[in-house]
Design a protein around this ligand. Structure first.
Ligand SMILES: NC(=O)c1ccc[n+]([C@@H]2O[C@H](COP(=O)([O-])OP(=O)(O)OC[C@H]3O[C@@H](n4cnc5c(N)ncnc54)[C@H](OP(=O)(O)O)[C@@H]3O)[C@@H](O)[C@H]2O)c1
Length: 257
């Protein structure tokens, strides 16, 4: 009976995961209209309510950390390998994003509506990733020694280092309470305008390779479809705003795009 319930639950989640992929692809196709309106793309109007950036990032990212943590406490015995994978990747990322990035950001106030949508996304995604890795995935004993697992983890850590370093560079372009945009330099910003996004995309690709599952691949596709167009629009913003913007710099992929 318990197995039958799990199968039904997993079938439902598969539908949600395909939904995640479709939302990502729809965003990619309609990127001009569907740009998330926050940061430099914010649409200011008296109807748009905003929240301080630190509070917004903290509240919206927290569910992706908290929900898998709660799932770990359930009586349902978690897969040991799934638990390790979750701790080494997803948890680590969302710990950094919730308790470090959020509390240090110098971003401008964040639209309440975008914060609520992002919080909803983080809750659903946190549940899907956590539930799959802890309760559904079946990893054999050799998983941690296979090439795919190790190369995936390596890519994840490399991506996270690029993402954290690039966000650090962006943060330090501003003095406290200053809201201006300057040309970022150093690290991978010498090659692309969206260095933080490149790092984040590499992270989730590495996570997908290491866990080799529908939930992780869906999340990677979603992140790519969301951050790719955003990197393009940031790049265009810099080119329009700064005449001296480096000509050789690309939007997202060094030397190519
Ligand atoms: N996995 C996903 O689907 C996903 C989705 C969204 C975000 N993220 C991650 O969340 C993090 C933040 O994303 P984001 O879209 O807010 O990144 P972003 O637009 O690059 O902004 C990052 C921070 O730096 C500031 N900033 C950016 N460019 C600047 C410049 N040229 N001069 C001065 N300050 C600058 C921004 O201020 P303003 O806010 O005032 O512009 C913001 O506080 C990134 O690491 C990203 O990868 C992930």
């Amino acid at each position: 009976m318990k197995n039958a319930t799990n199968v039904v639950a997993w079938q439902t989640e598969r539908v949600e995961l395909w939904g995640l992929i479709l939302v990502g692809l729809a965003h990619l196709v309609h990127h001009k209209k569907a740009q998330a309106a926050y940061g430099r793309h914010i649409i200011l109007s008296p109807l748009v309510r905003t929240v301080p950036a630190r509070l917004a990032w903290f509240l919206q990212e927290m569910p992706a950390f908290l929900i898998p943590l709660l799932l770990m406490q359930l009586p349902h015995k978690p897969s040991t390998m799934g638990k390790y994978l979750l701790l080494k990747t997803f948890f680590l990322h969302y710990f950094q994003r919730t308790f470090v990035y959020s509390l240090l950001t110098r971003g401008q106030p964040f639209p309440l509506g975008v914060m609520v949508s992002a919080g909803l996304f983080c809750s659903i995604n946190g549940f899907l990733q956590g539930h799959y890795l802890l309760h559904c995935a079946q990893f054999d004993d050799k998983w941690s020694s296979c090439f795919r697992y190790n190369i995936g983890l390596l890519l994840f850590y490399l991506g996270m280092a690029i993402n954290v370093h690039s966000d650090y560079i962006l943060r330090n372009l501003r003095k406290p309470k200053e809201i201006v945009y300057k040309i970022p330099t150093g690290g991978l910003f010498e090659y692309v305008s969206g260095a933080n996004y490149l790092g984040e995309i590499a992270e989730w690709l590495g996570y997908a390779v290491a866990t080799w599952s529908l939930p992780s691949i869906s999340f990677f596709i979603f992140s790519f479809c969301f951050l790719g167009p955003r990197a393009y629009y940031h790049h265009r913003f810099y080119q329009e705003k700064f005449k001296e913007y480096p000509k050789s710099r690309k939007a997202l992929i060094p030397f190519l795009f």
